[in-house]
Design a protein around this ligand. Structure first.
Ligand SMILES: [Zn+2]
Ligand SMILES: [Zn+2]
Length: 308
């Protein structure tokens, strides 16, 4: 597809958990997490799920860019499984910078290469012919071309990042996997076990945690966030590290987000179901008299950054 704008965000993979290449899912898309941000001829890629494979193939047809930076939220399969098939990594002359959770460059490399070890994959990481540069930062901040990137921790099993990205005076938040109501999971059913003073402390902790999250996403122009479950499925999957779309929409409105993109949607949900959830979210927004826009993050969707 030809892209008419110079500075844009493009969704290459929007599913959570595992690829869903089913006929009933194609309006939303079947690939797992991968979002490209291209500004001033610099490419920042969020996550390397199966969606990074078609991105890599598309880059092979272009001559002008030979470097990019990949920022990983964490190393669950749905966020790295496309990397062993990412063609630019195999091509000499390309430079690929990779950042993600880890205490050293070696640890980041090990976490990525583990999925390519025998007997899980036919060739190992040494077959990557590009110049691969693993990034460490002192303060969880990094800059790449026009992108200023801040890292924050989210609630997901293991060490997992969300990213607050500043570019051309616009703020984009990418948090693919995050259970917004994780504290409630632990205590909601146990209120009777606590003394009133203890419960007050817990309530204060919940409020503080909520306020911290809202500050992290406040005033974002684009908020790409975990919206994996319906309330019914979330009730069964509390503690798995994902959010119900209703919680995602409420946090986004509380934080004065301009555009919300429902992301990392459940691979069990077909197009009709996700479109129903989107309609329900739109009604919620209307009922709260908010002006926030809400969209389904569909594979192939392009957001013009200059028009935000
Ligand atoms: Zn995930
Ligand atoms: Zn995960």
């Amino acid at each position: 597809m030809k892209v008419d704008t110079l500075n844009y965000i493009r969704f290459w993979g929007v599913r959570g958990s595992y690829p869903a290449p089913f006929g009933s899912h194609m309006r939303v898309g079947g690939n797992t997490s991968c979002v490209e941000m291209r500004v001033d001829n610099h490419i920042l890629v969020c996550d390397g799920g199966s969606g990074i494979i078609p991105l890599g193939n598309a880059l092979m047809g272009q001559q002008d860019i030979k470097e990019l930076t990949v920022i990983l939220t964490h190393y669950h399969w749905d966020h790295i499984s496309g990397l062993p098939f990412f063609v630019p990594a195999f091509v000499p002359g390309w430079k690929i910078n990779i950042y993600g959770p880890g205490d050293s460059q070696q640890e980041i490399e090990r976490r990525i290469s583990g999925q390519m070890l025998d007997p899980y994959f036919p060739v190992e990481l040494e077959t990557w012919m590009a110049d691969i540069n693993y990034i460490m930062t002192e303060n969880n901040q990094l800059e790449y071309g026009p992108f200023k990137i801040n890292t924050f921790n989210v609630h997901h099993p293991g060490s997992t990042f969300g990213y607050r990205i500043q570019v051309h005076d616009k703020t984009i938040i990418y948090a693919s996997d995050n259970e917004l109501l994780f504290i409630d999971k632990n205590i909601a059913d146990r209120k009777s076990e606590f003394e009133p003073e203890e419960w007050q402390l817990i309530e204060a902790m919940r409020t503080e945690e909520k306020n911290k999250t809202i500050e992290q996403i406040r005033n974002a122009h684009v908020f790409i966030h975990d919206a994996q479950y319906t309330p019914e499925d979330y009730a069964k999957k509390r503690g798995w590290g994902h959010s119900c779309y209703i919680d995602t929409a409420n946090f986004a409105m509380d934080a004065n987000v301009k555009q919300l993109y429902l992301f990392h949607v459940d691979p069990n949900y077909n197009d009709a179901k996700i479109e129903d959830l989107h309609r329900a979210t739109t009604k919620m927004i209307h009922d709260r008299q908010s002006r926030m826009e809400c969209h389904i993050a569909r594979e192939g969707l392009i957001i013009d950054i200059d028009k935000l």
